[in-house]
Design a protein around this ligand. Structure first.
Ligand code: ASP
Length: 310
């Protein structure tokens, strides 16, 4: 099996001055996750590594760099899913931790539940010895500036929907043919306190099944949930569509039926992959064999050697 790892850094409209940051971060996270696959590691370890790197990168709306809720606080959602067993773990509205994706994995590995939320998720994190970090360490000046700007009475609602994303996610197939996905986000800018988005919901913000493939979505969470985007894509693949065609079909449904824009990274069990979006932009990168593929604008597809560190 030819392993593959595909990551995204969020669908939306990426401000010009952040394009390079957004693109270089996904390339380096794809390399980081792929190194695990090259060493014979599991798809689950690879997607968690890639998403952890993106959470630690303040350029994205996940972990440090998360957007703020209406009260100016950080509440994060994350999910992982293992396509071999259909095991999954998620957290929602979680605070004061650097890597929600790792807590989601602990929910999968150490509990009989699929999702823990808010204070309960926090208690579980403490019980697992996850280090608590001050909220301030997760908030960037950029996130605070966007929060304030968006509270203004003349804030542009379209801008606020699509200009403020940067959720991160990854899908992978390992040498044994096992498939996994992981997604992590700070959610939608100025969301209500306690809002749970698609990212914490199985079938919406992620799904992995060794017999069909895996998907990690990004975009307008409420619209993603209305069409259960990740599972809808896999449904189309079960009906014989390619990863690319299935992704496009489901994103079109999300736009026409739920009025939402977004993007996805998708893989199938043969290691064929797609990075597709209906939003203006989505930074993505895919690592397979000796090549790193990447892009950000519609139709863009660049390649470089996997060993090229830039
Ligand atoms: N889907 C995320 C959410 O609604 C946001 C995003 O992907 O940018 O929480």
């Amino acid at each position: 099996m030819l392993p593959v790892l595909v990551v995204h850094g969020g669908a939306g409209l990426i401000p010009k001055e952040r394009v390079e940051l957004s693109s270089s971060g996904v390339r380096s996270a794809a390399r980081g996750g792929y190194t695990i696959l090259q060493g014979g590691g599991s798809a689950m370890d690879a997607v968690v590594e890639a998403v952890t790197q993106l959470e630690n990168n303040p350029a994205y709306n996940a972990g440090c760099g998360s957007v703020l809720n209406v009260k100016g606080e950080v509440e994060m959602d994350a999910i992982v899913m293992d396509g071999k067993t259909l095991a999954s773990g998620a957290v929602s509205a979680v605070r004061n931790i650097a890597n929600p994706v790792q807590l989601a994995r602990l929910v999968m590995d150490k509990t009989s539940h699929l999702c823990l939320t808010a204070q309960g998720a926090g208690q579980f994190a403490r019980a697992m010895g996850v280090i608590e970090v001050p909220e301030e360490s997760l908030i960037t000046d950029y996130a605070r500036m966007r929060w304030k700007k968006n509270l203004a009475p003349d804030a542009n609602p379209v801008e606020s929907q699509m200009g403020k994303m940067g959720t991160v996610g990854a899908v992978a197939v390992d040498v044994e043919g096992n498939i996994a996905c992981a997604t992590s986000t700070g959610g939608m800018l100025n969301k209500m306190e306690g809002r749970v988005g698609d990212t914490a919901c199985i079938g919406c913000g992620g799904y992995a099944d060794n017999t069909v493939g895996a998907v990690s979505p990004t975009g307008h969470g409420e619209a993603i949930m209305k069409v259960t985007l990740a599972r809808l894509i896999l449904f189309h693949m079960e009906q014989g569509q390619s990863a690319e065609a299935a992704s496009d079909l489901a994103l079109a449904t999300m736009k026409s039926r739920a009025g939402g824009l977004g993007g996805v990274v998708t893989v199938d069990p043969q290691g064929r992959w797609a990075a597709r979006f209906s939003s203006r932009q989505m930074s993505w990168a895919a690592a397979q064999k000796d090549t790193l593929h990447y892009g950000l604008n519609a139709g863009e597809h660049f390649t470089q050697s996997i060993d090229d560190p830039h």
